[in-house]
Design a binder for this molecule. Structure first.
Ligand SMILES: Cc1ncc(COP(=O)(O)O)c(C=O)c1O
Length: 442
């Protein structure tokens, strides 16, 4: 197909790309210029099957008419309204719609613009909540090894991915980490939740006793770690964390930025696993990835702790210029409607067994050392090339892109999380192409 010149920039130098090997990219750019449903189109006219829902966010697929139209209409009606001491109807509608979709007990919504901001917001609410209740000495935050909670200082402090932490100074003080739950010796090739590892949650009790229970504000974990390579919670693990937090008055925060909005075949991981946190962080699928938006959900107990003192006083000194931006709210409302009208969460649950079988059919492929899955998410872990970690998986990513499928890699793990509108024939193509690519790799 002829090159569409208007889409090919002739200067790539100004844009410092995020989480990208800039020099390598700019030598051989991978430019996406349009998208529809399951398919991206590249600048040179090739079609690419989206195996990752963009960046784990376009759960309803691309170019969905209701969302596109809602954004257009909102931009022409109310483009922006001040977020502080002023309101507009769509922010209230969006908060109510999200509360109605969320697990019972999550009653209040604080809007942000990304997953990272949702994490910072939740950590700050946790600290201020204890202070509002006269327990201001609860300042410690507990994260987990391999955890990913975005890239801001709070998030990288509680996060547990070394490359996201080690370049950035001393980070927040008073943070501790639980051990990760990746146990390939015992759990490799488990379908769904692994059997072994619930005992790892007991480490929380050790940390609590080390510092003193009344010094700890919150524990934050991804119910299922996405960015570290789809690491599932062992059976009984989340339940134990919940029990220990409750016993010591510690808030439990689930970071549902990836697991929310149908990814696991339920609206949220909370519902999938049946374990209730005190706060949830969301973003990504909240607006189908189309407009930046995040949200923190809290229980009434947390929210109400702030609603005291003189009524003219601001209760929480926190917020963003774009908290509840009208266009983001319009996109969010249309997204939640699309999910509901098309039954996409149920669809993900229905497709999950097919997805699981397709993924695990790669078990005997060269260099595959583990496969993990749940809902419509999956990971294929490769043995690293000796002395060159990450290189084999990255080569697979490049080769897959050449062959028309988009996957993601993290370390030597290939992660896939297609839009929930994926068809079985697309799954066959995705997995078939990945098989061909892996068979040919060194
Ligand atoms: C669990 C989790 N939290 C937070 C974030 C950060 O989100 P954002 O990139 O929107 O800041 C991500 C992004 O992948 C995530 O997976």
């Amino acid at each position: 197909m002829a090159l569409d010149r208007k889409n090919v920039p002739n200067d790539l130098s100004a844009f410092w790309m995020p989480f990208t090997a800039n020099r390598q990219f700019k030598k051989a750019p991978r430019l996406l210029v349009s998208a529809d449903r399951m398919t991206y189109k590249t600048a040179d006219g090739r079609e690419i099957l989206d195996g990752t829902a963009g960046l784990w966010c376009c759960n309803a697929g691309h170019n969905r008419p209701k969302i596109v139209e809602a954004i257009r209409a909102q931009a022409g009606e109310l483009d922006y309204a001040p977020a502080f001491q002023m309101g507009h109807p769509k922010a209230f509608e969006m908060a109510s719609a999200l509360r109605d979709m969320a697990p019972e007990g999550m009653e209040h919504v604080f809007f942000t613009n990304s997953g990272s901001e949702s994490v910072e917001t939740a950590l700050k609410i946790a600290l201020a909540y204890h202070r509002a209740r006269g327990e201001g000495q609860r300042t410690r935050l507990i994260g987990r090894e391999k955890g990913y909670h975005g890239v801001n200082f709070g998030g990288i402090s509680v996060g547990g991915i070394v490359t996201n932490r080690k370049f950035f100074g001393t980070l927040l003080a008073g943070v501790d980490h639980l051990p990760h739950t990746h146990l390939p010796e015992q759990n490799a090739f488990t379908r769904g939740q692994p059997e072994h590892g619930a005992y790892l949650a007991d480490d929380l009790e050790r940390i609590v006793q080390l510092h003193g229970p009344d010094t700890i504000a919150a524990v934050i974990v991804e119910p299922m770690s996405g960015s570290a390579g789809v690491i599932l919670p062992p059976k009984g693990y989340l339940e134990k964390l919940r029990e220990i937090c409750t016993r010591h008055g510690i808030l439990l925060i689930f970071d549902e930025v990836i697991t929310g909005f149908g990814r696991l075949g339920a609206s949220f991981a909370v519902e999938h696993f049946g374990v209730m946190p005190d706060m949830m962080t969301t973003a990504k699928g909240l607006t189908n990835g189309v407009i930046p938006m995040g949200a923190v959900l809290t229980t009434s107990a947390i929210h109400d702790a702030f609603m005291q003192g003189p009524e003219h006083m601001i209760e929480l000194f926190h917020g963003y210029t774009y908290s509840g931006n009208p266009i983001a709210c319009a996109a969010g409302l249309a997204t939640l409607e699309t999910y509901r009208e098309e039954g996409l969460f149920e669809r993900a649950a229905d497709l999950a067994p097919y997805w699981e079988a397709a993924l695990h059919s790669l078990r005997d492929v060269k260099n595959v050392i583990d496969i993990r899955n749940m809902g419509l998410i999956g990971a294929v872990e490769l043995a690293p090339l000796p002395g060159e970690p990450t290189k084999r998986a990255f080569q697979a990513f490049l080769d897959c892109f050449e062959k028309g499928i988009l996957i993601r890699t993290t370390g030597d793990t290939i992660a896939m999380s297609p839009p929930l509108i994926i068809e079985k024939t697309d799954i066959d193509r995705l997995i078939g192409t990945l098989r061909d690519v892996l068979e040919k790799l060194d």
